[in-house]
Design a protein around this ligand. Structure first.
Ligand SMILES: O=c1ccn([C@@H]2O[C@H](COP(=O)(O)OP(=O)(O)O[C@H]3O[C@H](CO)[C@@H](O)[C@H](O)[C@H]3O)[C@@H](O)[C@H]2O)c(=O)[nH]1
Length: 458
């Protein structure tokens, strides 16, 4: 590679896929790199910048276009259309951004790109810049996609259970949903497989996990695709407390009013509250939301339920009135602060990877109700590998009924298995801390990334 470093500080450009579940870990990784002496610029889309006006203290922000500056994904209205324009407009505006930084005298030394965006690596390489693939999701999920991309797994999956090194045997419902829900979101599925289309050209592969959490999978996958495990990418305050004031991600794509929720939680006894959230994308639909609502009410624990504004219409009539003395429904929470509260006894979650690794790192047991994509595999590991939660069962219509919701919450909050999950949670919390603290596996891998990058460029 061309030796092109001209500035005394190594400058990385980080390009997340433009959604909440990808912005958070990438921003957090950038903060870590800044704490190790690098300069980091996080690249968001013009649409996100114009609508959310985000600010970040330690990490600079800059923009590229996804081709939909007025309305982002909503303006495209279709996954394939969005991804096609994201690639075209993203490649063009990323190239311009790199040139702009170059002429302004702070050239880019490495492009850290979300593995969902392999085209960003091509742009980096065209400009003679190092590229690091950042895998946001669980290593096991990445390895399953690796298998599928390389034809090591025949699709549609027919031979069950699926056996992949380092993992428990997987039934169909444990695979990422795109692999078995026939024809669902082909454009997303293609994008997930394309993570491996050019990854051998990347100079580094970093994964948002920690070694102890996925030891066997990381060892198996490293034989074909060497990687650095740098997670959990959680604000420093919750784990090592080395980065001053790093208490939240700080880049919300939804309106946040944290005060009400935290104040309310502060008055609740230890482990008495159930936190319910399905992340930034899930749409449960009316029937499922109703079943969930009455299940939550029936078990009679206090609760905080995140129902995004776009979903509010699916809540059953009278639910808010009938539960006003037991629960709080919020449009968006400061999730980490909520689950770090001693009042939380259970996280009822869709098992998005960020929510999962946040719960593991803060020792909170879970009820897993996966919806799609990687969440099904995450739920399998939550229940059977890390043993920090239970997975709900659906009926033949694919609906999780209120009785099941109630039974699972009760099991985690007051059952024998719940106690075991809490104990396991405490262990994972300690191991997550250990990984990111000085000399831990993730800390060492971040140091290795920084030192290799610095040496190559000097
Ligand atoms: O009220 C809320 C709800 C969520 N969060 C945060 O938002 C993020 C949500 O991420 P995640 O739990 O991964 O869920 P999604 O937003 O659904 O993420 C998408 O992206 C992830 C990474 O690819 C995948 O693992 C998921 O399945 C996919 O749905 C987390 O950091 C949460 O802490 C909040 O701050 N407040």
């Amino acid at each position: 590679m061309e030796k092109r470093r001209r500035s005394s500080t190594v400058h990385v450009l980080a390009i997340p896929y433009p959604s909440q579940g990808h912005l958070n870990p990438m921003l957090q990784f950038c903060k870590r790199l800044v704490s190790k002496g690098l300069k980091a610029t996080l690249v968001i889309t013009t649409f996100i910048n114009n609508t959310m006006h985000p600010k970040s203290d330690s990490v600079q922000l800059d923009t590229i276009s996804d081709g939909y500056d007025e309305g982002g994904f909503g303006q495209a209205g279709d996954v394939q259309a969005y991804l096609t324009r994201l690639q075209a407009a993203g490649s063009e505006t990323l190239a311009e951004l790199i040139k702009r930084h170059e002429s302004a005298g702070h050239p880019i030394d490495c492009v850290i790109y979300d593995a969902f965006l392999p085209w960003a690596l091509e742009v980096a390489k065209k400009h003679g810049i190092a590229g690091a693939a950042f895998f946001t999701q669980q290593c096991a999920v990445n390895y399953i996609y690796y298998y599928a991309h390389h034809g090591l797994l025949t699709l549609p999956v027919q031979s069950l259970p699926v056996s992949i090194p380092g993992m428990p045997l997987l039934e169909l419902e444990d695979m990422p949903s795109f692999m078995y829900v026939h024809g669902s979101y082909p454009a997303y599925f293609e994008m997930l497989l394309s993570q491996f289309s050019n990854v051998e050209k990347a100079d580094y592969i970093v994964v948002n996990t920690f070694y102890k959490l996925e030891e066997k999978v990381v060892d198996a996958m490293s034989k074909v695709s060497p990687m650095l495990t740098i997670g959990p990418t959680i604000p420093s305050f919750y784990l090592d407390n080395r980065v001053q004031n790093d208490k939240d991600y700080g880049l919300n794509l939804f309106h946040l009013d944290p005060s009400v929720c935290l104040e309310w939680l502060g008055k609740k006894p230890k482990r008495s509250v159930v936190y319910v959230s399905f992340g930034s994308l899930s749409n449960l639909g009316k029937e499922q939301t109703e079943e969930l609502a009455w299940g939550i009410k029936e078990c009679d624990f206090d609760f905080v339920w995140v129902v995004r504004d776009s979903e509010a219409g699916t809540l059953p009539e009278n639910f808010m009135e009938e539960t006003s003395n037991k629960g709080l429904v919020v449009g968006w929470s400061s999730q980490l602060e909520v689950i770090a509260s001693e009042a939380i006894g259970c996280f009822f979650s869709h098992c998005g990877w960020n929510s999962t690794i946040e719960a593991l790192s803060l020792g909170v047991p879970m009820v897993a109700m996966p919806q799609w994509t990687d969440q099904t595999t995450n739920a399998k590991f939550v229940q059977d590998v890390w043993k920090v939660g239970i997975r709900v069962k659906m009926d033949e219509k694919g609906i999780v009924r209120r009785k099941e919701v109630e039974t699972c919450i009760r099991e985690v909050m007051e059952g024998e298995r719940g106690k075991e999950m809490k104990e396991n949670g405490i262990k994972w919390k300690a191991w997550a801390k250990e990984a990111v603290c000085e000399g831990g596996t993730s800390d060492k891998d971040i140091d290795e990334f920084v030192s290799k990058l610095t040496k190559t460029l000097c």
